[in-house]
Design a protein around this ligand. Structure first.
Ligand code: WT7
Length: 652
């Protein structure tokens, strides 16, 4: 059962200062919008009266090999199947369709390396590259239903490999390049990937980050039949160990392939990709998204929210390794036939104006980014954006964590010149597409994610599922299926699969994925934070259980508990409480040595993206009578919260 929400638990609201202004769109934006106020009214009316007709129309905007028989097959809830009986391939709609139309010579991708080197691809060029790799995949024995793991930084080949996999009907599993060898090994095993695509390394923060050595480490102890072929993209030109016949250079493999390749005609519900995401259990779980539903949901919402037109230059700062990168960094812009920008490196390299310089140099019209990145850049002051001409910008978007009024206002004023709408979009890896968001024509309230998009049956309810009135905080739920909703990966993923019933049974008959929210009198939603033990560190989900498991795998750790604390830049940071094995510190020149070794160990286990703000030693940790560690007591101690005598902590 969901737990009662307690504001002091997360501290999420501390960061929001009170802001009551409403920002109205400028008339030009309203007139030119893809979705005008009249369109929105009609869409809301249709979606309320007949949601399936609404989504059917959205599907009709794309090309299908065979039309669906049912818009929604709901015979076996919550295993909903969208556009059942239809045949489709997202790669056809993202590329082939454009490569054979008037969009053929339009720029699809502008990729910028950290050193400033640029590679540009038209739709036709990208189409040919994808076809070559799709043919190479086929030559290497990849067939429909297989999975390919990609351990890739932001490179054009990352996008090419995703689409090539989709084209042959294989599912892709992208592992963020900041994850450790152990993580990568586990994910290759989980996905049972025959083929792994990686790079020799990449540039970040002025340094070369080697990747191939991590891969070599990961492949020790990988299950039989996994990663039999490793394709290596030479990005930085460092010497790498190439193990024959397993390891092949990407270019040697694609060079001899033809630039024509047919798309596999997939069932609408066939798996397009898996992504792992943290929940409350000890290990991240894989959620899957399907060709048909994901494609329709992303295409529709991208056009609606970002108001994208084919003349737009759109820049999503998210790494392709996260859902934002998948949905709105890669697939969304390609489906829309727009031009998008991918950046390899660090946003502070060589200086704090890197993003603003990119906006000016490429004439970016829409920017989708995260509060953490904005808070980081804000710290350097408005003189950095001021140095650049940002007048091409029309739309600004934010995602991943509460943006808070202060950051919202900074973005609006200093980047949007008080003219561009700032759209705070709420969604999740599991939802696959934006769910609650303002549109460019909406009056905006800083700190609010606006209202549910047409076709999305969101609500704020109590534990019994009763709708709550304005001002009352409760569980944020979705009451009807939507096209981008995740599906369970095929059974071969075993334990690693996310389970739909975990999301649909906690509040019976509704989808609940862990967030608390409230609404105001106008129906605007405000996200309050997670209801569970999932942290959101710099917009990245981390389960406390996962972090604790990594701590406990160190031999000097007897007990461990992890809590989230509010942070001005990252939103939240993790603090660890550790009860060390008595006497163990002697091996490390005392407590500081042991602490440093534990920190190193966790980094090795989980990867360089994981770091604790602090690791505090305690002789013992507080427990409930049933023996569970009391994270709340630790958190209260840290935040200086006092509780009433009568309050019990047992339910924690
Ligand atoms: C969790 C999902 C979906 C893109 C990236 C994150 C939080 C997401 C917002 C927002 C406040 C937000 C929620 C959600 N979240 N967007 N606009 N305001 N919180 O995807 O890793 O699956 O995380 O991120 O807590 O449950 P994710």
């Amino acid at each position: 059962m969901p737990k009662r929400y307690d504001e002091s638990k997360t501290g999420a609201l501390d960061a929001l200062h009170v802001e009551n202004r409403v920002f109205r769109p400028d008339p030009q934006t309203v007139i030119e919008a893809n979705v005008t106020p009249d369109d929105l009214e009609a869409a809301l009316a249709l979606a309320a009266a007949d949601p399936l007709a609404y989504w059917e129309r959205a599907a009709e905007e794309l090309e299908w090999h065979r039309r669906w028989e049912r818009v929604l097959d709901d015979d076996d809830p919550p295993r909903f199947r969208w556009f059942a009986g239809g045949r489709v391939n997202i790669a056809h709609n993202a590329l082939d369709r454009h490569a054979r139309s008037g969009n053929k010579n339009r720029l699809a991708l502008i990729w910028e390396g950290e050193a400033g080197d640029c590679r540009k691809f038209t739709y036709y060029e990208l189409f040919r590259e994808v076809n070559r790799l799709a043919n190479a995949f086929r030559s290497l024995g990849l067939v429909r239903g297989d999975r390919v793991t990609l351990y890739m930084p932001p490179l054009p080949e990352t996008l090419i490999a995703m689409l090539a996999a989709a084209k042959v009907g294989a599912s892709h599993s992208l592992v963020f390049a900041g994850f450790s060898a152990r993580f990568l090994r586990q994910r290759i095993n989980d996905a049972r990937s025959k083929i792994l695509v990686t790079a020799d390394g990449f540039y970040r923060g002025g340094r070369v980050i080697p990747l191939k050595p991590v891969v070599d480490d990961a492949l020790h102890g990988v299950h039989g039949g996994c990663a039999e072929t490793v394709l290596v993209v030479p990005r930085v030109g460092i010497d790498v160990e190439m193990t024959a016949p397993r390891d092949l250079f990407y270019h040697d493999v694609v060079r001899r392939e033809s630039a024509e390749a047919a798309c596999a005609a997939m069932e609408s519900d066939d798996e397009l990709f898996v992504l792992f995401t943290s929940g409350t259990t000890g290990r991240p779980k894989a959620v899957a998204h399907a060709h048909g539903g994901f494609m329709v949901g992303v295409h529709h919402t991208f056009r609606e929210v970002f108001d994208v037109k084919p003349t737009d230059i759109y820049f999503c700062t998210a790494d392709p390794g996260w859902i934002t990168g998948h949905a709105y960094g890669i697939y969304g812009p390609l489906l829309a036939g727009a031009t998008s920008i991918m950046y390899e490196g660090h946003p502070l390299y060589p200086q704090a104006d890197r993003l603003w310089s990119m906006v000016a140099r490429h004439g970016v019209t829409a920017l989708y980014t995260t509060p953490t990145l904005l808070r980081l850049l804000m710290r350097y002051g408005p003189q950095y954006p001021k140095k650049h001409d940002l007048s091409t910008l029309r739309i600004l978007g934010s995602v991943g964590e509460p943006i808070g009024a202060e950051t919202w206002l900074w973005l609006h004023k200093h980047i949007g010149r008080s003219r561009c709408p700032v759209l705070d979009t709420w969604w999740q890896t599991e939802t696959g597409m934006m769910m609650i968001s303002p549109l460019p024509i909406s009056p905006l309230k800083p700190g609010s994610v606006g209202k549910p998009l047409p076709g999305i049956a969101a609500d704020v309810v109590d534990a019994a599922g009763n709708s709550l009135p304005p001002g009352k905080g409760g569980f944020l739920v979705i009451k009807k299926p939507w096209p981008g909703m995740f599906k369970e990966p095929t059974e071969d993923m075993g334990e690693a699969r996310a389970c739909l019933s975990d999301y649909w049974n906690r509040i019976p008959g509704m989808y609940f994925a862990g967030d608390m929210a409230h609404r105001d009198e106008d129906g605007y939603y405000f996200i309050q934070g997670r209801a569970d033990d999932v942290l959101n560190i710099a917009g990245r989900r981390m389960g406390t259980a996962e972090l604790e498991a990594a701590l406990l795998s160190h031999r000097g750790v007897a007990e461990a508990a992890v809590i989230g604390l509010p942070d001005r830049i990252k939103g939240q940071v993790a603090k660890a409480f550790v009860a060390p094995v008595p006497g163990y510190e002697a091996q490390f020149d005392g407590e500081d040595g042991l602490r440093a070794d534990i920190a190193r160990h966790v980094r090795r286990e989980l990867g360089p993206i994981v770091a604790f703000k602090a690791i505090e030693f305690r002789e013992s940790l507080p427990h409930t009578r049933s023996g569970k560690i009391l994270r709340r007591a630790l958190r209260d101690g840290e935040l200086g919260v006092e509780r009433d005598e009568g309050e019990t902590l047992e339910d924690e």
